[in-house]
Design a protein around this ligand. Sequence first.
Ligand code: GLU
Length: 489
Amino acid sequence: MSTVRCRIAPSPSGFLHIGTAKMALFNWLFARSQGGTFLLRLEDTDADRTEEEFVQAMCDGFKWLGIDWDEGPPFGDEPEKGDFGPYRQSQRRDMHHNEGMRLMAEGRAYPCFCTKEELDADRALADAEKRPFRYSRKCRDLTPDEIAAKGDTPFVLRFRVPDGETVVEDLVQGPVTFNNKEFDDFIILKPNGDPIFHLAVVVDDGLMRITHVLRGDDHLTNTPRHIMLFNALGYPLPQFAHLPMVLDEAGKKFSKRMHGANVLDWRDEGYLPETLINYVVMLGWTSEEEGREFFTLEELKHLFNINRLNKSAARFDRKKLDWLNGQHIRMLTPENLRDRLLPILAAKGIDTSGKSPEWLTKMAAICQEKIPTLNNIIDYVDFFFNDVDAYDPKAENKYFRQPDSKAWMEADIRMMSAAEDWTHDALKAAFEAEVEATGVKLGSLVNAARLALTGKPVGPGLFELAELMGKETVLARMNRALEYMKTLS
Ligand code: GLU
């Protein structure tokens, strides 16, 4: 195992957002491609917003995508994994607090007793003078005696920001230089001793020996503070990569409220996790093979290369997602596809219990080339389970109301009745022989028959669906269609 250790550190505030999934995926792929370790750490310190069901919903998203963690908090029946726990930030408060107090003891942080009123007055003055507010550093140089004299007065702990510049050597953005003045002497502990995000994240990354931090570029301006804290705390500095956020189709930040922001919305719409993985990777990474867009997870684990991460944000592209979903559906074995389709059929009240596994596998196989999402299966197979009670009106016009329609159906019935070998190949041969002998169009015979059997203009191929439906049902439905035609004027 290599020394690479990376993590995703989400705040569980509702569900797995597509943007978080993207960051998790790149950290995970990087760890997998390097033989390293991937950690899940829950930044659950915002107690009001962190309900257990939120944690569950988010982790369900990771599980669905197949993003597994080598170290992380307990989840469901799984115990905590890893030697650097606990992996919930809310349980690490003492570590954060102690490391903050160590910085104070070493003179790298100092207590600040300024009251809210004093700071508000300074802020108002800065506003009036039209200059940015900066902390006055009033408490920076209090002597030990002055501090002792404050007794039990509550204080915040401020980090003593060194003069000069901090350069973020970003793996994606390149070097980005910040003037330390921009950061004031920022607060690291609140008056109640709780850590501020910057301290908590650095202590956790430091103590968990994180080597690479791949995260959203909204954190880029936090990183100089983090670098200063890493250095002050004496932890080795990880490498940083700040990745663009996911944009919606209009080019705006993918809002939490939009459908599809929740990764599991896509599951519910019949997309495969393989598709989402492939798609989300394409939102931020380009393969060395120019133009290639289709990847399986196994391929990505080997091909992923941190140097090919994109600097600019990618827009969500529904068409591409749909295309990829079709491709991934075609890649499944028919058995695997069957197993994914059965719960969808059950949820729609379709009872498949009377069919053998082999029959159901064939059913999956004849739809595999056609369905764009798993949920589309209903339209492609419901007629196997329910009688046809109506015909699509447009198709009826085209295939049942033509001068030759009855002749087509009579020929279909004749051929199907005569078929001794009830297989796709034999039925196809019979139809082709009829075309050869009479000059009638194959499409007319096939489409009229399919409409009789399914009530629909599109669906699986006629011969394969007839084979599966069985001779008796096929003939009954065709005879019914012929009777129906006779009622049409
Ligand atoms: N909880 C932070 C977020 O979700 C984590 C930031 C980080 O990865 O350091 O944005």
